[in-house]
Write a protein that binds this ligand. Structure first.
Ligand code: MN
Ligand code: MN
Length: 301
């Protein structure tokens, strides 16, 4: 399914506009020694002020952490000095998802790596058009990164997006690979190169920590509190990812922890592990969401 009607496209465009404005405001907001939770909450409140909803919790992934960290409730962590910080944010308007990211660089040694992520993203966007194979996009991203002396993260990918879907079925690799999959005119795709140092492993692995969650089995809760919390999740986020921070007030505060753990234990919800580079080397990221046309694409974000 890659054909959206004009009404849906208008919602994608609005979603992208809200996201672009938010990203640009956040670029100048993020600072060393700032609490991470302040970045998450500022991003999410800007999105809401502009009339969108966060499509997923704002990810603030620092240094060797590549993706999937958002502040848990009461997060005390701060942005370290000399760090590189990937801020990954998403908006939906009536379910129509756009996704973007930038890397704030507080260490001049890594500026070239951060620029490389942006350059690889631009190189990919420059070739995107209907019926291009996803492996061609991966090849261009990989070559751009390697030509500048860096290494792509091979097991993180971009993705098609859809209505209430962050990952709508098609992956856009960051390395050349054998694939017959082609991108389609009228489809909406997030492209997101991840770049690390040349002597890094060049892939990510799961950490035990999980800070982002998603509904798996609606109507599977047993206790009244679990039913209430699950209903809140279903009504507010459907199957889009959410943060534990976003559940405050859904059940009485003294019952929150136990109830949340019950939903995890019964697999009514699942958590996404935090991704870390396998050799603990720093990672940079850039991301845009594009609408594919016959002869090119429109950057929505
Ligand atoms: Mn993203
Ligand atoms: Mn993405």
């Amino acid at each position: 399914m890659s054909h959206y009607d004009e009404e849906a496209l208008e919602k994608f465009r609005l979603s992208g506009r809200i996201l672009r404005e938010t990203r640009e405001e956040m670029r100048s907001f993020v600072r060393e020694n700032m609490p991470i939770i302040q970045v998450c909450e500022k991003t999410e409140s800007l999105i809401r002020e502009k009339g969108g909803k966060p499509a997923f919790p704002c990810n603030v992934s620092i240094n060797e952490v590549a993706a999937h960290y958002t502040s848990p409730p009461g997060d005390q962590n701060i942005i370290p000095e000399k760090s590189i910080v990937k801020v990954d944010l998403g908006v939906h308007v009536d379910g129509y998802v756009t996704d973007t990211a930038f890397t704030a660089c507080f260490n001049p040694d890594y500026q070239s790596m951060v620029d490389t992520a942006e350059t690889a993203l631009k190189a990919a966007i420059d070739i995107v058009r209907a019926d291009l194979s996803v492996s061609k996009i991966g090849g261009v991203i990989e070559n751009t990164i390697k030509n500048r002396g860096f290494k792509p993260i091979s097991n993180l990918t971009g993705h098609s997006v859809g209505r209430y879907l962050i990952h709508a079925g098609t992956s856009i690799p960051n390395v050349a690979q054998i694939s017959l999959t082609k991108i389609k005119a009228g489809g909406v795709y997030a492209i997101e190169p991840f770049v690390t140092l040349p002597d890094a492993g060049g892939s990510v692995e799961d950490k035990p920590q999980k800070t982002i969650f998603r509904l798996v089995k609606p109507k599977s809760a047993k206790t009244p509190e679990a039913k209430q919390l699950l209903k809140f999740i279903e009504e507010n986020f459907r199957t889009l990812p959410f943060a534990e921070r976003w559940l405050q007030g859904a059940v009485p505060a003294e019952q929150h922890h136990e109830t949340f753990q019950e939903l995890l234990a019964t697999r009514a919800i699942m958590g996404y592990p935090v991704f870390v580079e396998v050799t603990r080397k720093p990672v940079a990221q850039a991301e845009h969401t594009v609408l594919v046309k016959e002869d090119g694409c429109t950057v929505l974000t």
